[in-house]
Ligand binder design. Structure first.
Ligand code: NAD
Length: 524
């Protein structure tokens, strides 16, 4: 363990401290151990104050025409692009990730999402007429009203792109938003807030509250109208229960255990490169990381050989000093998790292809690790590791690969590689995951138009795309008359024997056999 680790309190590379009597969180750079900032642990009352200020700011924001909201948010995008270098430097320092990844995985998708939503939100959120098949004398439409204040609780692995995606969706729909960033990486969200404020947008519209779990709990209980939570499954259970108690809707973006299926007809070179990038980008600390590979027996050996070669070419080190492929691990506890799964696999007969141990010296680094000859008795194939470790299992058929891919309590992302696109799509539809990507890795979270989220214990609700934007707003229904009606309602009072008989006749005429409703349905 490095000198850095002695400063850690086991809860992350952020350690608790005090400043003038109040509790603080200290943020350390995982690659060097350098102290890079300190933020307050906010009390329940302080969290409530931020939410209350956001609510006041929201009233003026909500009445602006959506086009104006979008125009103003595009200025925020421009400021993010102008200050991208500053954001990248801090992101890389606070998380230990390579600068390329800070830029491509975090800053770029936010610039793109802002562009996509600001361009398309007026259309996506425009009132929508609903076709009525029975009540032809009336009309219905939906409109999308701002909810009020949206809460966002986020993890440490993508501390800019994850909360900011939700921030943008909330603001576009006319809500205010309050973010509780991870206690492990609190500084980057404060940088985002500083940039937001500098663009002239109403300051209180975006609030940031810092602290540990209790600050998140306080946010849920502060009277917000919706929560978007991203984090681990166990925290997610507690958070969903708290949202249930507060009766607020929530989106749960939880853990993953993405499988990658390498079919017998896969492009070996593409598949090997994708396994390495998908498994080791952000040191494997990605909810959609490739964590397990099912390789057809005909490609198993050459694939492992090529993966080993490619992993051997990865450069690891402090991302602030040079351009590296592999940065640091967020904190020592995450290394211990990796070690535990590797020991379990090796004890049950797995082969160590490469890696397997922490790197001596300053900072928290772990070698990218590949394990072959794995099976589902091993935790490496079953539990989320969230580190640079991937297991490879040999399979005899596509059917076996799909069965094993589905043998998981998680269902966030999956990948499969084949040269046969029709087969790829067929197999993709059999895989139990929120998204399945054929012949590529990691890309889908960055597709602004496509919904992202999990099934099974990976969560519920979606972010990105049109439906998620509408969901961020409150869908409200208005029903109105198409033409003037007589004063008395034929199915209203008084309830008489005669009117009952007429209604019974009406029921049969409308619905039995090829009744009127079915025929009307065909006409309209
Ligand atoms: P975590 O669950 O430990 O923490 C997430 C956030 O929840 C933090 O801000 C934390 O302070 C807060 N929190 C903790 N207890 C709380 C409580 N009782 N009430 C309210 N808030 C509380 O997760 P983490 O370790 O920061 O992140 C890693 C996990 O996140 C992994 O499981 C990963 O798969 C998952 N993740 C999922 C996605 C996705 O989109 N599905 C994306 C990134 C990460």
């Amino acid at each position: 363990m490095s000198a850095v680790s002695t400063q850690n309190n086991g809860q992350g590379h952020a350690a608790a401290g005090t400043n003038g009597g109040s509790q603080t969180i200290k943020s350390y750079a995982p690659a060097t151990g350098e102290l890079i900032g300190e933020v307050p642990v906010m009390s329940k009352e302080q969290v409530a104050q931020v939410v209350s200020r956001a609510r006041k700011a929201q009233r003026a924001w909500a009445v602006l025409p959506i086009e104006e909201r979008c125009d103003r948010l595009l200025r925020f995008r421009d400021a993010i692009v102008d200050r991208a270098e500053e954001i990248v430097q801090l992101l890389s320092k606070e998380t230990g990730k390579p600068r390329h990844e800070a830029l491509i995985h975090e800053v770029m998708p936010i610039a793109d999402l802002l562009t996509y939503y600001c361009k398309n939100a007026p259309r996506i959120l425009a009132p929508r007429e609903i076709e009525l098949h029975l009540f032809k004398h009336r009309k219905s439409y939906l409109h999308y009203a701002p909810r009020g204040v949206i809460g966002v609780i986020s993890p440490w692995n993508f501390p800019f792109t994850l909360p900011m995606g939700d921030v943008i969706a909330a603001l576009v729909t006319g809500s205010a938003v309050v973010v509780k960033p991870s206690e492990v990486t609190p500084l980057i969200m404060l940088k985002a807030k500083e940039i937001f404020d500098a663009t002239g947008l109403p300051e209180d519209l975006l609030g940031v509250v810092t602290g540990y779990g209790p600050a998140g709990q306080a946010l849920i209980e502060s009277g917000i109208q919706k929560l978007v939570f991203t984090g681990g499954v166990e925290t997610g259970r507690r958070v969903a229960a708290a949202c249930g108690a507060a009766l607020i809707p929530c989106v749960m973006e939880l853990g993953g255990k993405a499988p990658l299926i390498a079919c017998s007809d896969c492009d070996l070179e593409l598949t090997a490169h994708s396994i390495v990038l998908g498994g080791f980008a952000n040191a494997g600390q990605v909810c959609v990381s490739v964590e397990r590979v099912y390789a057809h027996e005909s490609v198993y050996e050459p694939l492992i050989r090529r993966v080993k070669q490619l992993v051997g070419e990865l450069k690891q080190g402090d991302p602030a000093k040079s351009f590296v492929d592999q940065g640091a691990i967020i904190f020592p506890k995450q290394i211990e998790v990796a070690e535990k799964h590797i020991a379990d696999a090796l004890g049950k007969g797995a082969e160590l292809v490469c890696g397997g141990k922490r790197v001596a010296g300053t900072g928290d680094f772990f070698e990218p690790t590949v394990l072959a000859n794995c099976n589902h008795e091993m935790t490496v194939m079953k539990e989320e590791i969230f580190g640079p470790v991937l297991g490879v299992q040999k399979v005899a058929s596509d059917e076996e690969a799909v069965r094993l891919a589905n043998d998981s309590h998680l269902g966030l992302n999956a990948y499969l590689f084949t040269k046969d696109r029709a087969k790829g799509k067929r197999m993709a539809e059999q895989i139990e995951a929120g998204s399945v990507v054929v012949n590529e890795v990691l890309i889908n979270h960055a597709i602004a138009e496509a919904p992202f989220g999990g099934i099974k214990q990976s969560g519920f609700g979606r972010i990105h795309g049109e439906d998620a934007l509408r969901e961020m707003a409150e869908t409200r229904h208005v029903n109105y008359d198409r033409f003037a009606m007589p004063g008395s309602n034929p199915v209203g009072y008084p309830y008489t024997e005669k009117s009952y008989g007429l209604m019974m006749k009406g029921l049969r005429a409308l619905f039995s056999g090829r009744g009127i409703v079915q025929r009307i349905g065909q006409l309209f």
